[in-house]
Structures are given as structure tokens and as C-alpha cells.
Design a protein around this ligand. Structure first.
Ligand code: ZN
Length: 502
């Protein structure tokens, strides 16, 4: 998390000079794997973020001298639980840095190994396996969110359902949580509106996962918009449209085009900021704030921060600093949505695969447990994963429902930035097995600590991280009310949870 400090009073926002805030940052565009002279792994990502922070500090000095900043970046803090996971092993603790960025959406390159050996095997199979291996094991599972890649053209060269089969496998069996498509690299730029592309996008919609498409000019963006509009008009895609969100990577590299904003007004289409630099950056936000007023939420709900590392390097520093500058037309809330909130809202669901059996939720509550109950529980889980059996496949914090991202609270008032650090889901899976569970940990109010053990699929599973929505309320109320196991100490709570995992 990036800690920033107000450089002056901002009375219209109720912010006093010197107040500090923390911004939770998600990188929505990041590559791992290997493509020609590009290569990246989780540790490469964290090193890059450390470098990005170094660059930001350098640029901050310059901008302060020009009196260009409203908020000055003053430090980095890691979210508590992920950092504790990184500290549990010597070799992991060496990667406990780069916390300028808290979560990273990673997907394959057009890897050297992405081509399949036969037309009956999908492309990117090995690449998707590798992304899953990196993103669904501790410690990286607390920091990375894996997206799959497929080649829609596999449908032409091989069996027509080949790309959808790979997508189903990547999402359902590997637990990846979104899709990246690259019309230029996979040579379907002219066929974005063709049936074979539409089928892949429709399947992503049915699975309820976001799709990010490499988009380098406005013509490609228009084709993508036409595809989305044509699906919306067709009854056949009703279900797909309910779950579909499409992200234009690089904002089509056209921030000066009014057409871009016509396209971003589509409720299913978003823009991601990587590659934008120099004058592009103020132009994007000025035009967005003028042209993306929506009746439901803020203009800033349509934009996502991304780095496109390793293809790009420290340009992203410029963009983050612009969000803190006088020139930025939005508020700190807008900055928080762009830097992380929107990406989390699009991913929305906690980690899970279709492999595990359904199980009814069971809550364990501890009344009057002091604050350390959660620490005791977490310590025990860390011990659990250091053995052969369980692994942490993800750590997902609850977030506010769509269109309700809250006001930023100063650090002295609690520092709430929209991420619910006191309500989160730890996904646990048995290594090499099919069993997986969610532990939904919830602290307070009034010293009530609870840990609900749930299945990852079925009627009673959590299908969203949006805290306060009806489904979550119903799941939680039911689990808490129907025979909760009561405990009266931190150790007792932990013991009961362990019994449920046995
Ligand atoms: Zn990229």
C-alpha cells in the first residue's frame, strides 16, 4: 500500500494538511513466463515494484519543487496477512518487498511454449499451468491473481470448441480468474467480431470472469465494442452478458480520441492504463472525467491501473503520481478506484475450482475473544501449510458492493480505503488433491471473532467478495445462526476450526 500525505488543506474534501492515507494498489496487467528476450517470475514482479517505488520517490522530489502535488507519497506498508505469510519461511522472506503494489493480475506472454504440438491440443496449455502454479501456492497466492490465455483461432485449426475447453479447464480446474486475449499476437485482429472469437468471449461471460484484450488503436476498440453490442442484442447471449466485462488494455492507446469515451460508456467495457505516458496521462483523466459521467457511479469506475511489465517498465510511476497531483481532476476516492478498487470489483469472486465437493457452512464464533484470536488462528494456518497437506491457494479481502466504494479515511481515523482487512477469505486446498475450503474470517464488532468454514462451490458457497450484498448476508446469517460452534478463547477457536479441516 502506498501511504500519501496531504500537502495542504483541502476544505472541500474535508482533508487537513498533514493527514495521511493508504492506497491499496492492484496491477491489472502483468506478464509471467517467457517470450524471446522477455522473462518474468513472481520475484521479478516484486523487484520491479521496488524499482517503481524508487522511481516514484525520485520523481516526487521534482514534482514537489514545481508545486505540482496535492498528496506526497511518503512510504509503503504491506497488508498484514500476506506479509506474515511471506515471513514464515526464510526463502520466502527474501521476497517480502515491493509492496507498493499489493495484488497483481498475471497472465502468460505469447510464450515460447504456448504453441501446442497438434491441432487437437489447445495453445497456452503449458502457459496456463505455469500461471496457476505460480499464483495458487503460498506465498505468491496471497499476492497474485492468475488469468488464462487461449487462442480463439484454435477453433479454426482444430476442433471448434478447443479454446472454450481450455478456458473451462483453466478457470474450473486450475482456478484462474480471468482471461487475456491478444488479437495482434494470435492474428485475429480482423476477426474480433467473427463467431469463433464471440464464442470465447461468450464463454468468459458465462463463467463470470473478466476478459482483457490487447487494444492498440481505436479501430480495434470499435470492433470490440461492436462485438459486445451485438451480443447484448442477441437473446442467445443473455446469460453471458450478465457476467461479461471487457477491458481494453492500453486504453486503445487513444486517450485523445472522443471515440474512446463513447466506447467506455458501454456498461460492460473498461480501460486499462499501461503504456500511457507523458501528455497522454492528463488527457486520459481529463477526458474521462468530462465524458464518463454515469448515473450509477463515478467516471473513475471505468479505468484500471496496469503496468504491462515486462514490456514496459517504470512509466507507471508517472501515472500514479498524476493521480496525486493538482492536475488530476478527481478525488483520492477516484484514485483508489483506479489504482485497485475497480480491478477487484471485476474479479469479484474468491478463489475456487470446480473440483471440490460441496459442504455446508459451519461457523465457529468466539465471543469476547481479544484481538489476538485471529493472529492465533493465522499462526496455526501457517503451521498447517508448512507441512505436506494444505496450501493457501488465495487470500481475498472483502470489498464494497459495486458503485459503493467509500470515502477514504485518514490513517489516524482508521485508514479505511475500501478493502475490508477485518473480513477476508483464506482459500485452502490439499496439495495434489481435490479438497478445498474457504475460511471466512471476520473480526468484531464487540470482540466477536468468527471463522466460517465453507465449501468453494454450490448453493452456500461465497460467489462474491462484495461485502454487504444479499447473498453474502444470507450465507453469513445462516452459518452464524444455525448451530455455530461456540468457543471462548483464541486457542479454542483455532482447535474447532482445525477439527473442521480434519
Ligand atoms: Zn501486455
Amino acid at each position: 500500500m502506498l501511504v500519501v500525505r496531504a500537502l495542504e488543506n483541502i476544505p472541500e474534501k474535508g482533508i487537513a494538511k498533514g493527514e495521511e492515507f493508504r492506497l491499496y494498489i492492484v496491477d491489472a496487467h502483468h506478464h509471467m513466463g517467457r517470450e524471446k528476450n522477455h522473462q518474468n517470475t513472481p520475484s521479478g514482479a516484486y523487484e520491479f515494484y521496488a524499482l517503481l517505488w524508487f522511481e516514484m520517490q525520485r520523481m516526487t522530489e521534482k514534482m514537489k519543487n514545481q508545486d505540482a502535488l496535492l498528496f506526497e507519497p511518503i512510504g509503503i506498508i504491506a497488508p498484514e496477512l500476506p506479509e506474515r505469510i511471506f515471513k514464515t519461511k526464510e526463502k520466502w522472506s527474501r521476497m517480502n518487498h515491493g509492496w507498493l503494489v499489493d495484488r497483481t493480475v498475471v497472465f502468460p506472454y505469447t510464450d515460447d511454449y504456448s504453441k501446442s504440438k497438434s491441432t487437437e491440443e489447445p495453445s497456452f496449455q503449458v502457459s496456463n499451468d505455469k500461471i496457476a502454479a505460480w499464483t495458487t501456492r503460498a506465498p505468491h497466492s496471497s499476492r497474485l491473481i492468475g488469468f488464462a490465455r487461449v487462442d480463439p483461432k484454435d477453433a479454426i485449426n482444430g476442433s471448434p470448441d478447443l479454446p472454450m475447453r481450455e478456458l473451462d479447464r483453466a478457470i474450473g480446474e486450475l482456478g484462474l480468474r480471468g482471461l487475456k486475449l491478444h488479437p495482434l499476437a494470435q492474428l485475429f485482429l480482423d476477426d474480433i467480431e467473427a463467431d469463433y472469437t464471440r464464442n470465447v468471449v461468450a464463454r468468459a461471460g458465462e463463467l463470470g470472469i473478466p476478459v482483457i484484450l490487447d487494444t492498440r488503436n481505436i479501430r480495434t476498440a470499435e470492433r470490440i465494442r461492436n462485438l459486445v453490442v451485438s451480443m447484448r442484442q442477441d437473446e442467445k447471449y443473455k446469460k453471458a452478458m450478465r457476467g461479461l466485462s471487457v477491458i481494453l488494455a492500453h486504453c486503445a492507446m487513444s486517450p485523445g480520441s472522443t471515440k474512446l469515451y463513447d466506447i467506455l460508456r458501454d456498461p460492460a467495457i473498461y480501460g486499462e492504463t499501461s503504456t500511457l505516458h507523458d501528455k497522454d496521462v492528463p488527457v486520459l483523466f481529463k477526458m474521462s472525467s468530462d465524458r464518463l459521467k454515469s448515473h450509477l457511479g463515478s467516471w473513475s469506475e471505468n479505468l484500471l491501473f496496469g503496468t504491462d511489465f515486462t514490456f514496459l517498465s517504470v512509466q507507471a510511476a508517472e501515472l500514479i503520481l498524476h493521480l496525486l497531483s493538482r492536475e488530476f481532476p478527481g478525488s483520492l476516492e477516484d484514485a483508489q478506484r483506479i489504482l485497485g478498487g475497480n480491478a477487484l470489483t471485476l474479479v469479484n469472486r474468491p478463489f475456487g475450482t470446480i473440483k471440490s465437493a460441496e459442504r455446508p457452512p459451519q461457523a465457529v464464533v468466539c465471543l469476547g475473544c481479544e484481538g489476538d484470536a485471529v493472529v492465533t488462528l493465522e499462526d496455526t494456518i501457517m503451521k498447517l501449510i508448512s507441512g505436506e497437506g494444505w496450501d493457501i491457494t488465495s487470500v481475498d479481502y472483502m470489498i464494497p458492493p459495486k458503485h459503493t466504494w467509500p470515502r477514504m479515511e485518514s490513517m489516524s481515523a482508521g485508514g479505511h480505503n475500501g478493502i475490508y482487512f477485518d473480513s477476508y477469505v483464506i482459500s485452502l486446498g490439499i496439495r495434489g488433491g481435490i479438497t478445498e475450503v474457504h475460511l471466512w474470517v471476520k473480526k468484531g464488532p464487540g470482540n466477536i471473532t468468527s471463522c466460517t468454514v465453507l465449501g468453494t462451490k454450490g448453493e452456500d458457497a461465497l460467489d462474491s467478495l462484495e461485502f454487504g450484498t444479499q447473498k453474502i448476508n444470507a450465507t453469513f446469517t445462516k452459518a452464524i445462526n444455525s448451530n455455530p460452534i461456540k468457543s471462548n478463547s483464541a486457542m479454542d477457536l483455532t482447535r474447532e476450526v482445525l477439527k473442521l479441516l480434519a
